[in-house]
Design a protein around this ligand. Structure first.
Ligand SMILES: Cc1cc2nc3c(=O)[nH]c(=O)nc-3n(C[C@H](O)[C@H](O)[C@H](O)COP(=O)(O)OP(=O)(O)OC[C@H]3O[C@@H](n4cnc5c(N)ncnc54)[C@H](O)[C@@H]3O)c2cc1C
Length: 369
């Protein structure tokens, strides 16, 4: 027997599950399918950074809203998401980097983003654990991080409680129109539904091809490393670098997570996500330079995951003019931060038929024709 739902969502990552949660809370029957397990794509492999001050200035107001959405989601979901909101430092080493940081701070101030400039004694007092190569930094109280593992658990539980069906190891293969919507062909039989949401992260281009729409997402392979537990030394702040080459945080259990978007090898075409050892070594060296405590740290594990990026760096959220029952929820870079808001915006577009004017840059139609 075919399964039925008002809305079928392809992809059980942060975007697909938050969209599902909102739709179900509004009374829709929702089925989320995933070719693998829930929250095991980019949403389960990421660094959990929820930072504001390291975003491009043209996107920063969107990310401010995205962070507010995380706080709202935390209240709605109720479970422990491992959220730590002790602010963050964005560091600069060379004179040139310090100038860039100062220009970005000025622009952020104009936009109403509060950051504090730290150098000299104030910087050493605030973060005595930073290495001597750090010339200055900005502190932003709005930066934080969460645990992707705990977020995944809490979100899956909340979606199930709201009545969402989650079918794992069930790949979307194709579709055909029916009188009142469409029939999705999947690896575990057909699903009849009214609306369809593409929330397949970096695979969204492939899924879009089968649904007749263009979604030009590129897949990046990003690497991360985690250390063994260490004594707390950095007061649970998240650290980013003006040159974009580092994200560092220490979880309350003492483990440090070392990232920065350094590229591994592979892609969704081959399904391979392998470490690039040369780049990983450079990434770890940079961490040791920024936070010398890490020079004695033992790396427990390094891994790589897939991340989507769009040509204009904006997420994709909303509907398609020529396909009135098809929608997309695809956060771009920093998609864990963006994912909860992208999911809600897409759900609201399905429920109300409207997209707020500030969300128009995310319109999926910008890539059609
Ligand atoms: C190593 C790494 C570190 C990162 N660090 C951060 C960070 O610190 N902060 C931040 O904001 N972002 C970070 N990101 C980015 C972030 O993780 C992702 O952008 C975000 O999680 C994407 O969520 P999603 O729901 O769009 O996609 P995903 O979580 O990738 O989910 C998409 C799902 O679609 C499923 N799917 C695909 N094709 C099909 C199909 N045909 N049928 C059924 N299901 C299908 C997949 O199995 C997958 O589960 C990082 C990414 C990586 C890889």
């Amino acid at each position: 027997m075919p399964e039925k739902a008002d809305v079928a969502i392809i992809g059980a990552g942060v975007a697909g599950l938050t969209a599902a949660l909102h739709l179900a809370e509004d009374g829709c029957s929702v089925l989320v399918i995933d070719q693998g397990d829930a929250f095991r794509g980019g949403s389960g492999a990421n660094a959990g950074t929820l930072a504001l001050q390291n975003k491009k200035s043209e996107l920063i107001m969107f990310y401010r809203a995205a962070l507010a959405e995380w706080r709202r989601l935390g209240d709605a979901v109720g479970g422990d998401m491992g959220y730590v909101g002790r602010g963050g430092l964005r560091v600069a080493e060379s004179e040139e980097e310090a100038e860039t940081l100062s220009r970005e701070v000025a622009r952020q101030k104009e936009l109403g983003i509060e950051t504090e400039w730290l150098d000299g004694n104030r910087l050493r007092h605030h973060a005595p654990w930073l290495g001597p190569s750090i010339a200055c930094a900005t502190y932003c109280a709005g930066d934080g991080f969460a645990s992707p593992l705990l977020v995944g658990r809490a979100l899956v539980e909340a979606a199930k409680r709201a009545g969402v069906g989650i079918a794992t190891k069930r790949a979307f293969l194709g579709q055909r129109a029916t009188d009142d919507g469409c029939r999705l062909e999947t690896s575990a039989g057909p699903i009849d539904c009214g609306d369809v949401v593409i929330a397949a992260g970096p695979w969204s281009g492939q899924v879009g091809d089968k649904l007749g729409v263009t979604i030009p997402v590129e897949c990046h392979v990003n690497m991360l490393s985690v250390t063994r537990r260490m004594a707390q030394f950095m007061d649970n702040q998240v650290v980013t670098h003006i040159a974009g080459r580092l994200t560092l945080k220490q979880y309350p259990n003492g483990s440090c997570l070392l990232g920065g978007g350094w590229r591994g090898r592979g892609g969704i075409d081959t399904g391979r996500k392998d470490l690039h050892l040369g780049r990983l070594e450079q990434n770890l060296r940079l961490h040791g330079q920024v936070a010398p405590h890490l020079r004695d740290a033992a790396i427990l594990r390094s891994w790589a995951g897939f991340e989507a990026e769009t040509p204009d760096h904006w997420p994709i959220a909303g509907g398609f003019r020529d396909h009135p029952r098809l929608f997309a929820a695809i956060p771009a870079k920093a998609g864990f931060t963006a994912g909860a808001l992208v999911g809600r915006l897409t759900a609201e577009r399905i429920l109300s038929g409207e997209t707020p004017s500030w969300a128009r840059p995310m319109d999926p139609d910008r890539f059609q024709h």
